[in-house]
Design a protein. Sequence first.
Length: 197
Amino acid sequence: MAHNSEQIRSFIAIELPRNVKDGLARLRSELETAEHPSVKWVNPESIHLTLKFLGNIPFKQVAEITKAIEAASKGISPFHLEISGLGGFPNLKQPRVLWVGIGGEIDKLVSLQQNIDLALSPLGFAKEERPFVPHLTLARLREGASPAGKKSFGELVMSTSFEISYPFDVEAVSLMRSQLTPSGAIYTRLFMIKLET
Protein backbone atom coordinates (compact mmCIF):
# COMPACT_ATOMS: atom_id res chain seq x y z
CA MET A 1 0.00 0.00 0.00
CA ALA A 2 1.22 3.52 -0.69
CA HIS A 3 2.57 5.58 2.19
CA ASN A 4 0.69 8.67 3.29
CA SER A 5 3.43 10.99 2.12
CA GLU A 6 3.78 9.28 -1.25
CA GLN A 7 2.74 11.20 -4.36
CA ILE A 8 0.58 9.38 -6.89
CA ARG A 9 -0.41 10.43 -10.40
CA SER A 10 -4.13 10.30 -10.61
CA PHE A 11 -7.16 11.23 -12.66
CA ILE A 12 -10.93 10.87 -12.61
CA ALA A 13 -12.50 8.80 -15.36
CA ILE A 14 -15.35 6.65 -16.55
CA GLU A 15 -14.19 3.10 -17.15
CA LEU A 16 -15.35 1.41 -20.34
CA PRO A 17 -17.15 -1.92 -20.58
CA ARG A 18 -15.82 -4.91 -22.50
CA ASN A 19 -17.92 -4.39 -25.67
CA VAL A 20 -16.52 -0.88 -26.10
CA LYS A 21 -12.90 -1.98 -25.59
CA ASP A 22 -13.40 -4.77 -28.11
CA GLY A 23 -14.88 -2.31 -30.59
CA LEU A 24 -11.92 0.04 -30.18
CA ALA A 25 -9.51 -2.88 -30.63
CA ARG A 26 -11.27 -3.79 -33.91
CA LEU A 27 -11.04 -0.21 -35.14
CA ARG A 28 -7.37 -0.07 -34.25
CA SER A 29 -6.59 -3.30 -36.12
CA GLU A 30 -8.36 -1.87 -39.18
CA LEU A 31 -6.27 1.32 -39.09
CA GLU A 32 -3.07 -0.46 -38.15
CA THR A 33 -2.84 -2.39 -41.38
CA ALA A 34 -1.33 0.73 -42.97
CA GLU A 35 1.57 0.48 -40.47
CA HIS A 36 2.38 4.12 -39.92
CA PRO A 37 5.78 4.26 -38.18
CA SER A 38 5.00 7.54 -36.43
CA VAL A 39 1.78 6.35 -34.79
CA LYS A 40 1.83 5.19 -31.20
CA TRP A 41 -1.34 3.27 -30.35
CA VAL A 42 -2.97 3.29 -26.96
CA ASN A 43 -3.65 -0.19 -25.60
CA PRO A 44 -7.45 -0.64 -25.91
CA GLU A 45 -7.45 -2.24 -22.46
CA SER A 46 -6.32 1.02 -20.89
CA ILE A 47 -8.62 3.41 -22.78
CA HIS A 48 -11.05 5.30 -20.56
CA LEU A 49 -13.09 8.50 -20.66
CA THR A 50 -11.11 11.04 -18.65
CA LEU A 51 -13.17 13.63 -16.78
CA LYS A 52 -10.33 15.38 -14.99
CA PHE A 53 -6.58 14.88 -14.72
CA LEU A 54 -5.33 15.63 -11.21
CA GLY A 55 -1.59 15.12 -11.63
CA ASN A 56 0.51 14.16 -8.63
CA ILE A 57 -1.45 14.10 -5.41
CA PRO A 58 -0.38 13.08 -1.91
CA PHE A 59 -1.81 9.64 -1.15
CA LYS A 60 -3.44 10.98 2.01
CA GLN A 61 -5.63 13.27 -0.11
CA VAL A 62 -7.43 10.33 -1.80
CA ALA A 63 -10.22 10.19 0.82
CA GLU A 64 -10.90 13.91 0.52
CA ILE A 65 -10.99 13.74 -3.29
CA THR A 66 -13.31 10.74 -3.18
CA LYS A 67 -15.73 12.66 -0.92
CA ALA A 68 -15.69 15.59 -3.35
CA ILE A 69 -16.51 13.26 -6.28
CA GLU A 70 -19.33 11.69 -4.26
CA ALA A 71 -20.78 15.14 -3.58
CA ALA A 72 -20.38 16.11 -7.26
CA SER A 73 -22.22 13.04 -8.53
CA LYS A 74 -25.22 13.42 -6.20
CA GLY A 75 -28.37 13.92 -8.21
CA ILE A 76 -26.85 12.55 -11.43
CA SER A 77 -28.43 9.19 -12.18
CA PRO A 78 -26.83 6.57 -14.46
CA PHE A 79 -26.84 7.66 -18.10
CA HIS A 80 -26.34 6.34 -21.58
CA LEU A 81 -23.44 7.10 -23.92
CA GLU A 82 -22.23 5.73 -27.21
CA ILE A 83 -19.09 5.90 -29.25
CA SER A 84 -19.42 7.68 -32.54
CA GLY A 85 -17.12 9.17 -35.13
CA LEU A 86 -13.39 9.73 -35.41
CA GLY A 87 -11.56 12.99 -34.94
CA GLY A 88 -8.16 14.46 -34.28
CA PHE A 89 -6.52 17.16 -32.21
CA PRO A 90 -5.90 19.81 -33.42
CA ASN A 91 -7.57 18.42 -36.59
CA LEU A 92 -7.37 15.49 -39.01
CA LYS A 93 -5.30 17.41 -41.59
CA GLN A 94 -2.27 17.36 -39.25
CA PRO A 95 -3.32 15.20 -36.31
CA ARG A 96 -1.21 14.95 -33.16
CA VAL A 97 -3.85 12.81 -31.46
CA LEU A 98 -6.49 10.50 -32.92
CA TRP A 99 -9.68 10.11 -30.93
CA VAL A 100 -13.13 8.57 -31.02
CA GLY A 101 -16.09 10.81 -30.23
CA ILE A 102 -18.78 10.26 -27.64
CA GLY A 103 -22.52 10.69 -28.22
CA GLY A 104 -25.67 9.95 -26.23
CA GLU A 105 -26.68 11.77 -23.04
CA ILE A 106 -23.85 14.27 -23.31
CA ASP A 107 -25.65 16.85 -21.17
CA LYS A 108 -25.46 14.50 -18.17
CA LEU A 109 -21.81 13.77 -18.89
CA VAL A 110 -21.01 17.49 -19.10
CA SER A 111 -22.93 18.21 -15.85
CA LEU A 112 -20.98 15.47 -14.11
CA GLN A 113 -17.67 16.83 -15.39
CA GLN A 114 -18.55 20.41 -14.40
CA ASN A 115 -19.74 19.33 -10.93
CA ILE A 116 -16.47 17.45 -10.38
CA ASP A 117 -14.47 20.45 -11.58
CA LEU A 118 -16.31 22.73 -9.13
CA ALA A 119 -16.13 20.31 -6.22
CA LEU A 120 -12.37 19.92 -6.59
CA SER A 121 -11.45 23.57 -6.91
CA PRO A 122 -11.61 24.21 -3.09
CA LEU A 123 -9.11 21.34 -2.74
CA GLY A 124 -6.59 23.28 -4.82
CA PHE A 125 -7.22 21.79 -8.27
CA ALA A 126 -7.48 24.46 -10.93
CA LYS A 127 -10.66 24.54 -12.97
CA GLU A 128 -10.32 23.42 -16.57
CA GLU A 129 -9.47 26.29 -18.89
CA ARG A 130 -10.41 24.48 -22.05
CA PRO A 131 -13.96 23.41 -22.86
CA PHE A 132 -14.59 19.73 -22.12
CA VAL A 133 -14.54 17.65 -25.33
CA PRO A 134 -15.67 14.11 -24.47
CA HIS A 135 -13.38 11.72 -26.35
CA LEU A 136 -11.35 8.53 -26.12
CA THR A 137 -7.73 8.76 -27.24
CA LEU A 138 -6.84 5.95 -29.66
CA ALA A 139 -3.37 6.99 -30.82
CA ARG A 140 -0.77 9.71 -30.57
CA LEU A 141 1.72 10.71 -33.21
CA ARG A 142 5.33 10.55 -32.11
CA GLU A 143 7.21 13.79 -31.47
CA GLY A 144 9.31 13.31 -34.60
CA ALA A 145 6.39 12.63 -36.94
CA SER A 146 6.79 14.54 -40.21
CA PRO A 147 4.02 16.79 -41.54
CA ALA A 148 3.68 14.39 -44.48
CA GLY A 149 3.37 11.42 -42.10
CA LYS A 150 0.68 13.20 -40.11
CA LYS A 151 -1.15 14.18 -43.27
CA SER A 152 -1.16 10.64 -44.67
CA PHE A 153 -2.36 9.22 -41.36
CA GLY A 154 -5.12 11.84 -41.21
CA GLU A 155 -6.17 10.92 -44.74
CA LEU A 156 -6.27 7.23 -43.83
CA VAL A 157 -8.50 8.00 -40.84
CA MET A 158 -10.81 10.21 -42.91
CA SER A 159 -11.20 7.46 -45.49
CA THR A 160 -12.08 4.86 -42.83
CA SER A 161 -15.78 4.39 -42.38
CA PHE A 162 -16.54 3.99 -38.71
CA GLU A 163 -20.29 3.62 -38.79
CA ILE A 164 -20.74 1.33 -35.83
CA SER A 165 -21.75 2.87 -32.55
CA TYR A 166 -21.00 1.05 -29.32
CA PRO A 167 -23.53 1.93 -26.63
CA PHE A 168 -22.74 1.78 -22.93
CA ASP A 169 -24.29 2.84 -19.65
CA VAL A 170 -22.38 4.95 -17.18
CA GLU A 171 -23.14 3.79 -13.66
CA ALA A 172 -20.01 4.89 -11.81
CA VAL A 173 -17.08 7.28 -11.78
CA SER A 174 -13.59 6.07 -10.87
CA LEU A 175 -10.61 7.70 -9.25
CA MET A 176 -7.69 6.15 -11.09
CA ARG A 177 -3.98 5.89 -10.53
CA SER A 178 -1.51 6.08 -13.39
CA GLN A 179 1.94 4.51 -12.99
CA LEU A 180 4.36 5.30 -15.78
CA THR A 181 6.60 2.38 -16.71
CA PRO A 182 9.02 1.92 -19.65
CA SER A 183 6.42 -0.24 -21.39
CA GLY A 184 3.62 2.29 -20.95
CA ALA A 185 1.25 3.51 -18.27
CA ILE A 186 -0.42 1.09 -15.87
CA TYR A 187 -3.81 2.17 -14.61
CA THR A 188 -5.36 0.95 -11.39
CA ARG A 189 -8.63 1.96 -9.80
CA LEU A 190 -8.24 3.59 -6.39
CA PHE A 191 -11.92 4.14 -5.74
CA MET A 192 -15.26 3.77 -7.53
CA ILE A 193 -18.19 6.10 -6.86
CA LYS A 194 -21.55 4.69 -7.97
CA LEU A 195 -24.12 6.99 -9.54
CA GLU A 196 -27.43 6.69 -7.71
CA THR A 197 -30.57 5.87 -9.61
